[in-house]
Design a protein around this ligand. Structure first.
Ligand code: FAD
Length: 374
């Protein structure tokens, strides 16, 4: 009697939720299952600590999770490549190295991409984007080592833009100018009024100019706002235009109106139950969740349970996403705002709290980060 063909579990992307799948595989490896992790980089950059890195509180090594040791501990083959196409009917994924990998079960956690063209403002295609984060990290490291900018303009008033503006402010000499152009909806538009108020005060107190207007034109040298004002810059940070990856289109997988991989509460594709997805690449149809690192992390346990359950023939369980989450926004220096529902507080103790949470997350995945000396 011949042994049954092993099933293949394909892990696309080593994002925040996938880390929990790797951890679960290290603890209980299902029999007769081959697992492959496809990732363009051998590490996962933890975006929650990036503003702290830019501000000078962490080294780069403290903000990254090495994927190879996690894959090795889980008995997973690591394939350095990026997915560029998917055929859900054939159950195959096309890679940028020309390879094609088949799967029986697929777990997708590749995050979003930043597509300035989709944002639709003229000029900005010449400006480097925040994603892929690896590229931004390398470029910003070079920039800081060569000639640090004197005029920084951040475009985008969401959490990433807000934190990065304040991180640049903290990093640069007092004579440097930092501005943030928030877009029409204003600063921290997805946050309650108390957070927006503290956010505006934090920018004003640190001398960051907050322009609550839409950008009409963006180039590497300047940002022109809707009222015609020109903000000259030698560093433009584009914290807008985050969308679902294009390779999902034409895959045959059902997509949500925002282009994300449409999932149920079980994190399964609504069209293909052998496909699971979590994090920013996924869009739950039963009740859309915010695209955020916090939700991507929180989905990890359910993703692991349901992916491994599928291989073992167990019925998937719905993930009851938290109604509210704790959001922590760093303010450049070692101070932060905590947001919980409509409530908001600010202080140096909040930064220490955030620092403990972030370092705890990193330590669970093998990176032990002590804050850099002040
Ligand atoms: C500067 C900055 C600060 C932020 N701060 C916060 C914060 O404090 N709190 C918060 O909740 N959110 C924050 N965010 C948002 C947060 O980064 C995202 O919501 C979060 O990264 C989404 O997690 P994810 O696991 O879905 O994807 P990611 O973290 O992007 O992980 C995706 C992984 O998949 C890999 N990958 C990408 N494409 C492919 C492909 N084609 N094939 C295979 N692998 C691929 C990537 O290399 C990466 O390792 C911040 C974002 C930025 C840019």
């Amino acid at each position: 009697m011949t042994a049954p063909r092993p099933q293949r579990l394909l892990l696309l992307g080593g994002g925040h939720a996938q880390l929990a799948v790797l951890q679960a595989l290290a603890q209980q490896r299902p029999a007769n299952v081959e697992v492959v992790l496809v990732t363009p980089a051998p590490r996962q950059v933890y975006s929650g600590m990036l503003p702290g890195w830019l501000a000078g509180h962490y080294t780069e090594a403290q903000c990254v999770i090495a994927l190879a040791p996690l894959a090795e501990a889980a008995g997973v083959t690591l394939r350095r490549a990026a997915a560029v196409g998917l055929d859900a009917a054939a159950r195959t994924v096309r890679l940028d190295d020309g390879g094609v990998l088949g799967y029986d079960v697929l777990s997708v956690n590749t995050g979003p991409v930043q597509d300035p063209a989709a944002w639709g403002v003229p000029g900005q295609t010449a400006v480097p984007t925040l994603r892929p984060i690896e590229d931004w990290l390398a470029r910003t490291t070079r920039r800081l080592a060569e000639v640090p900018p004197r005029r920084v303009v951040v475009v985008g008033g969401g959490a990433a833009g807000f934190e990065l503006a304040l991180a640049w402010r903290h990093r640069l000499e007092a004579a440097a100018e930092v501005s943030i152009v928030t877009g029409r909806s204003g600063l921290l538009a997805n946050y309650p009024a108390a957070v927006r108020r503290l956010g505006r005060q934090a920018l004003a107190a640190r001398g960051v100019r907050c322009i609550e207007a839409a950008a009409r034109e963006v180039s590497a040298e300047a940002v022109v706002t809707a009222d015609g004002q020109r903000q000259a810059a030698d560093e433009v940070v584009l914290a807008v235009g985050t969308v679902a990856p294009r390779w999902l289109q034409g895959s045959g997988l059902a997509l949500a109106p925002d282009g994300g991989l449409a999932t149920r509460a079980t994190l399964q594709s609504v069209s293909h139950p052998e496909v699971f997805a979590a994090g920013d690449v996924a869009s739950r149809l039963d009740g859309p969740l915010p695209k955020s690192g916090v939700y991507a992390v929180r989905a990890g346990a359910a993703l692991a349970e349901n992916v491994l359950g599928r291989l073992a023939g167990r019925a998937p369980q719905p993930w009851a996403a938290p109604v509210r989450t704790l959001n922590l926004l760093s303010l450049g220096e070692r101070s932060a705002i905590a947001a919980w529902g409509p409530l908001a507080v600010q202080g140096r103790w909040v930064w220490r709290w955030k620092d403990r949470i972030d370092r705890g997350f990193m330590a669970r995945h093998g990176t032990h980060a002590k804050p850099a000396a002040t």
